[in-house]
Design a protein around this ligand. Structure first.
Ligand code: ATP
Length: 199
């Protein structure tokens, strides 16, 4: 599986439709400061379901919509399409290519499409689950993240390593089960009290 193409329209600094074709292997994006290099990785995060505007270097989600410039007015819609090559069948769908599109209107409405059909964010996350891509994974490392990882406290760094190793998910499930067990114990104690009073 690899990222085959990315099409941006009205997304951040990409007012016009811009299409990028990518090949397997390493791709480098070069350009002057402020030319939109990081906006490309923001677009990848966004189309994969990112909901936190701060992770996209904005204040509100509307900040992903082209806000206008001295030469042209703002657009009303941001759209990103990402095409993944799935000829190795790593994604759990019967297609050699998977296209994921996300649109967001200035009104706040937004939608996802998978291979052209309307889908829910959940469906996108389900496809990406176990692929190593997607929100919350560390497949996209933002500017400054490496510094903060290197400077983080040992316990925070351990949490990152546990997440990468897939341990965190099980720790969270264990904590949830323990909370449920504690709630059950409390209910059982109440039932015993009542039974004691009745008996
Ligand atoms: P650097 O090399 O300095 O990190 P970069 O090439 O990664 O820069 P980006 O941070 O991707 O650049 O792009 C910044 C540019 O994108 C700024 O000029 C900013 O005004 C523009 N920009 C961000 N959001 C929007 C938006 N919603 N509408 C229009 N322009 C935007």
């Amino acid at each position: 599986m690899y990222l085959k193409s990315l099409v941006l329209k009205g997304f951040k600094s990409f007012a016009d439709r811009s299409a990028l074709s990518l090949e397997p292997g390493i791709t480098a994006v070069v350009g002057p400061n402020g030319s939109g290099k990081s906006n490309i990785s923001d677009a990848v995060l966004w189309v994969l379901g990112e909901r936190n505007a701060k992770h996209l270097r904005g204040q509100a989600m509307e900040d992903v919509i082209f806000a206008g410039s001295s030469a042209r007015k703002a657009t009303g819609l941001a759209e990103v399409e990402l095409v993944l090559d799935n000829s190795d069948g790593k994604l759990p769908v019967d297609f050699d290519e998977v296209s994921i599109t996300r649109r967001m209107y200035r009104s706040g409405e937004s939608e996802y499409l998978i291979n052209g059909s309307v889908a829910r964010r959940m469906d996108v996350l389900d496809i990406l689950h176990d692929s190593g891509l997607g929100t919350g994974t560390h497949s996209i490392i933002g500017q400054g993240s490496l510094d903060s990882i290197l400077q983080s406290k040992p316990e925070d760094r351990r949490a990152l390593i546990e997440e990468a190793a897939g341990v965190l998910k099980h720790k969270q499930r264990k904590a949830k089960s323990e909370r449920k067990l504690a709630a059950m114990d409390a209910t059982l104690a109440r039932v015993r009290d009542v039974a004691g009073e009745v008996g």
